[in-house]
Each structure stands twice: as C-alpha cells, then as structure tokens.
Ligand binder design. Structure first.
Ligand code: GTP
Ligand code: MG
Length: 334
C-alpha cells in the first residue's frame, strides 16, 4: 500500500550513504516509451521471486496505471490535471511542475526510505518520460543529490534499442545519456531494452569500436551523419567507462546481469563517489548554517527597527502631550 505523506516531519537520518545497511537507490530514466515502467515492473518481479522485494516510488504524475506494488506514489500528493488548469499549463509543463512541487517534500520521501528494514536492498524510482525534468529542471538534481547524500545511488538510463538501429538516433540517445551522466556525476548504467525485438550487440559494438560505427554511417551522407561521425569521436571517453546491459523487460532476459551491474555500481559509489557526496553534503550544511545566520540577523534587525520605531512613537506622543499641556497652561494664564 502506498505511504501517506501528509503531516510527516522531515528526516534526521542518523548515518550517511557509507553505511553498509543502506539500500541502493536506483533512479530509472529514459526517453518517453523506452520501457522504464515495464522495466521497473520486470525487475520488481525478479526481486520478488528471490524474496527480496524492493521499495518502489512512482514519480510519474501522468501515468494511468502503475503495474507494480508502489510504496510512494506522486499521484497521491499532486494532481497533475488540476495543476494544468490551475497554472494554465500544457501536459508537459504540468508534469514538470508536478515534479517540482513533489520535490519540495523530498525530505519526507527520504524519511520513509530511511525507515525501511535492512531486508530492503533496493529502492527503485520510476520517472516520467519528460526527461527534461532531469536535465534542465531543478527537481531532478534535488532528487538525485538528496538521495546520494544519504544512500548509495545509481542512475539507470533505459534506451529503446529498436530506436537505435539508425546511427543518428543512436547518437542522439547517447548524447542525452552523456548529458545526464555529467549532470549527476553518479554511477551510471545503460539498459539497452527491448532485446526481444532487436539484439543489443550492435549498439555495444558501436560504443567500443569507432570504425564499426563509422562504417554504419557510410550509407548516409546527410549533414546529420557528418555531425554524428564527429560526435562519436568526442564521446569516446564517455563510452570508455560506461556499463551497458541488454534487457528484455517483456521476457525478463538480462535482469540478473543488470543486478550484477547495480551491485558493482554500488561498490563504485562507495569507493569513488562518496568523497564528492560527503564534500557536497558539507558544503550544503555550511550554506544552510550561513542562511540561518543571515535569517537570524535579519530578524534581529527587524526587531530592533520595530523597537526603535515604537520608542520614537512613544517619545513623539509624550512630546505632543507635554506641548499640549504647556499650551493649555498658557491659555489659562492669559
Ligand atoms: N517488445 C518489448 N516491448 C517493450 C519492452 N519494454 C517495454 N515495452 C513496451 O514499450 C511500450 C512503452 O513501455 P513503458 O514501460 O510504458 O515505457 P515508459 O518509458 O515507462 O513510458 P513513459 O512513462 O510514457 O515515458 C509498452 O508498449 C511496452 O509494452 C521490451 O522489453 N520488449
Ligand atoms: Mg512510464
């Protein structure tokens, strides 16, 4: 049953992301229709069969049916249709705004995740297809950073392999993946989904072997293919450290390999990323302390100003009273 987020106080999690008991947070991103929700459903049933059910969070406010047993559902907190009419937004804008509003309660989400028993090894976040939420809106960063400051966190980018058979669309997908990786700076796994329709090996070969990719581009002499060729040289560094897994969310193939990749990404997080996250946490704390100091100083000044004004007003009243009295005495004497 979904958690009720109303009236819950913010968290005070005791330990950081380095604790061995902390579950791994998996944020599932990908373009619209790439199969994120079906993938989450598949990995949930895989873990369920192994008696290791995950904790599930749906961050898509516009989804009609959530096909897995969701624990936290954004739809219980924000109504995206009424956000459309309230703010005069179109469907995409309303999804981005809904997520921004939900993000203001991220502390509550963290509190729920933090309260999970040690048997919960994975917390999975399904996200909307409006990937711009995670690329240019603040909420994506807030969600990822606040999770990573407390739990080992991994970004999973789901790709529709069928849409990648053309080298140009493959490249645009990779550029998106690359921008997300650099934005979040967290361990990153690419899931080449829908392998029941197309084998993913060609995509892995293109990532490893520039010449193979170059050859695939030979049949296309458009401007975009020339641009794509230059881009693939630039992306070489990005491909070097990339983990990719072929999965069919419909058949369930590749899921065990995916979890092996997640477990090594967790290790990678604990060894390499934690330092940065700890530094980020410290920076945040320093900033928060500074903000509180400024806020206190502002309050002090406001209080002093009010007191001064009150004093001045009393002085003026006393002065006008005494001048009135003087006037009255003068009048009586004359
Ligand atoms: N053949 C095949 N179809 C798949 C696979 N995964 C997902 N699909 C189909 O792809 C379509 C989109 O799947 P969703 O899981 O809704 O995709 P999504 O990324 O969550 O979509 P949005 O939330 O709208 O962005 C559905 O028709 C799925 O049945 C797969 O591994 N193989
Ligand atoms: Mg979905």
């Amino acid at each position: 049953m979904a958690e009720c987020m109303a009236g819950l106080e913010g968290p005070s999690p005791s330990e950081g992301a380095s604790s061995t008991n902390k579950p791994t947070c998996i944020i599932v991103l990908g373009m619209a229709g790439s199969g994120k929700t079906t993938f989450v459903q598949r990995i949930t049933s895989f873990l369920g069969e192994q008696k290791r059910p995950p904790y599930l969070v749906n961050l898509d406010p516009a989804v009609q049916v959530v096909p897995y047993p969701v624990n936290i559902d954004i739809r219980d907190t924000v109504n995206y249709k009424s956000i459309m009419s309230q703010y005069g937004l179109g469907p995409n804008g309303a999804i981005v705004t809904s997520l921004n509003l939900f993000t203001t309660r991220m502390d509550q989400v963290i509190s729920f995740v933090d309260k999970q028993p040690p048997e919960i090894k994975y917390v999975i976040f399904d996200t909307p297809g409006q990937i711009e939420v995670f690329t240019w809106s603040a909420s994506g960063s807030i969600i990822a950073e606040s999770l990573a400051s407390l739990f080992p966190t991994v970004i999973v980018y789901v790709i529709d392999t069928v849409r990648c058979v053309s080298p140009v669309t493959f490249m645009s997908n990779m550029l998106y993946a690359c921008s997300i990786l650099y934005k979040f700076q967290l361990p990153f796994i690419i899931v080449l989904n829908k392998t029941d329709i197309v084998d993913h090996k060609f995509a892995q070969e293109w990532m490893k072997d520039f010449e193979a990719f170059d050859k695939a581009l030979d049949d296309d002499d458009s401007y975009s293919s020339n641009l794509t060729r230059s881009m693939s040289l630039v992306l070489d560094k990005f491909y070097e450290n990339l983990t990719s897994v072929g999965v069919s969310s419909i058949l369930g193939t590749g899921v065990d390999e995916f979890f092996k990749a997640v477990d090594s990404a967790r290790e990678e997080f604990l060894v390499e990323y934690l330092k940065d996250v700890e530094a980020l946490k410290k920076k945040r704390l320093d900033m928060e302390l500074k903000r509180q100091e400024i806020e206190l100083e502002k309050l002090r000044l406001e209080k002093k100003e009010k007191k001064d004004k009150k004093g001045k007003a009393t002085q003026e009243t006393t002065q006008s009273d005494s001048s009135k009295k003087e006037e009255e005495t003068e009048n009586q004497m004359s």
